[in-house]
Write a protein that binds this ligand. Structure first.
Ligand SMILES: [Zn+2]
Ligand SMILES: [Zn+2]
Length: 479
């Protein structure tokens, strides 16, 4: 039941009405960024520009202050500081800033939102608009309205020597829950390619209507809000000449630390979101369809879109870190696959990545080389008009790099992915290996799937599929 409510809430959230195209989206404007999120996350908390300087580059935005002394919200030209007790201060103009993004806000697009159940639903709704307008620009967003519930955090000012941000927050983060509150959320969207300089996707800060409470948004449920989007096609960055800044290794991958710093709450076991809220099935909504059209859902796709389902899941990697996953499968097996992935998650079974193959341009080889687990990718069986099992969404591949496909053709060994060759030795010990003792094998077998590792003429250790006899019943014209 919970899952159904969740799906309905998302459908509601996406049913926003188109309001107005208030201003020409081609108005050039610039996102001004102080330093990198990467430098902040690694513990560079020294101010680089003053509040006064920052204000010259924008009237709307988010950020923090020297020593991560609270969360910054810039709104209508005023810089607000949500300090550790959750209250709002107005910083002096000489206060300095180690990280921030601001722009001069002009409204390019507005949408009405209602019944947005949670953060994931909000991001999905926001992404829908961004994908429509163009996902490779920046967006500053203002969401003004009434929030059923909102959880924000701030933090105590840090003293030198500074610790990394996730470590500092684990100790010094403070959290506040507000219910039925009016106010404004300022959000920043960065495109995918910004991974080295900021964080791709969304980052939200909140301030209430009378400007007395606020912070970095951890959880949200929107009753009603108007979302105004400022599409931003310029970028400017201010860096520090300071020796300590120059010595930082800024290309180091700190994605995990960023994720933790931005989303972790103080509650015990907070890294693990509510399992039932996180495993759900939806139809292929327009937003999802946009992501797969012309990629896994090829132009000649003969499988009706209505036969596919989108799965949202959690999975843990080898380090025990939880990640969100997405998979598209046939509706006949949606409940089964969701159940299998939920049981694997609850058993801490490591799956490195569960992403749509569309993120790899629907290129199986690239997806497999990245050890990605996925299912639907439309194609005909070579030289036939029959659709393959992956093309029907009736086969699932798990931990693909470590469980390659192999066959001897004309005396030559084919391996897919090509980088999976070291894992052809199934007697060897290595992570993610699927065999008959493996929980993943057992769960798929229990749910009626066949395993490609049991085939004689070829081996496909990553692959679980519905038996042909059953598929012939479901799709009699595909024989
Ligand atoms: Zn923040
Ligand atoms: Zn497969």
């Amino acid at each position: 039941m919970k899952r159904l409510i969740r799906v309905l809430a998302i459908l509601c959230a996406m049913a926003f009405c188109f309001c107005a195209l208030a201003e020409d989206a081609t108005n050039g404007d610039t996102l001004y960024q102080v330093a990198l999120l990467q430098s902040l996350v690694q513990g560079y908390y020294d101010g680089i520009v003053t509040v006064e300087e920052l204000s010259r580059h924008g009237d709307t935005g988010i950020g923090t202050f020297e020593g991560v002394n609270g969360e910054m919200i810039v709104l209508d030209g005023t810089v607000y500081q949500a300090v550790a007790d959750g209250s709002i201060a107005i910083p002096s103009e000489e206060e300095t800033v180690p990280f921030s993004n601001v722009t001069f806000f002009d409204v390019d697009e507005t949408r009405a939102l209602s019944g947005v159940a949670d953060m994931a639903a909000l991001q999905e709704a926001m992404n829908g608009v961004v994908n429509e307008l163009g996902a490779n620009c920046f967006y500053m967003v203002k969401l003004e309205g009434t929030f059923d519930a909102i959880k924000v955090r701030s933090e105590y000012k840090q003293e030198k020597p500074y610790r990394a941000l996730d470590v500092a927050l684990a100790e010094d983060q403070t959290e506040f829950d507000y219910e039925d509150v009016r106010g404004t959320v300022v959000g920043l969207y960065c495109p995918d390619y910004m991974g080295g300089l900021n964080t791709p996707g969304w980052h939200f800060h909140f301030i209430n209507e009378d400007r007395t409470r606020g912070g970095h948004v951890l959880q949200i449920s929107i009753k009603e809000a108007e979302a105004a989007f400022d599409m931003t096609d310029g970028f400017e960055m201010a860096l520090s000449r300071d020796a300590a800044f120059q010595e930082m290794e800024l290309a180091k991958n700190v994605d995990e630390a960023i994720h933790k710093a931005e989303t972790a709450t103080m509650e015990a076991d907070s890294d693990a979101p509510d399992v039932n809220d996180s495993f759900w099935i939806s139809e292929i909504t327009d937003d999802i369809f946009e992501r797969i059209q012309g990629k896994s859902f090829k132009d000649d796709c003969t499988l009706p879109r209505e036969d596919l389902r989108y799965l949202h899941v959690l999975h843990v990697d080898l380090n025990g870190e939880t990640h969100e996953g997405e998979m598209i499968v046939n509706y006949h097996i949606a409940e089964d696959v969701l159940d299998i992935l939920r049981q694997l998650y609850e058993a801490n079974y490591p799956i490195e990545k569960i992403r749509l193959v569309d993120e790899y341009g629907a290129d199986d080889e690239l997806s497999m080389e990245d050890n990605n687990s996925s299912a639907f990718n439309f194609r005909f069986i070579s030289h036939t008009t029959r659709v393959s099992k992956h093309g029907l969404g009736l086969a699932v591949d798990i931990n693909t790099l470590y469980n390659p496909y192999t066959k001897i053709v004309d005396g030559e060994r084919i391996v897919e992915p090509i980088t999976g060759e070291p894992y052809l030795d199934r007697e060897a010990d290595f992570p993610y290996k699927i065999d008959h003792e493996d929980l993943c094998f057992k769960l798929f077998a229990e749910h009626g799937f066949e395993w490609g590792g049991d085939w004689e003429d070829r081996k496909d250790y990553q692959h679980f599929e519905i038996p042909t006899a059953l598929i012939d019943e479901w799709y009699p014209s595909n024989q």
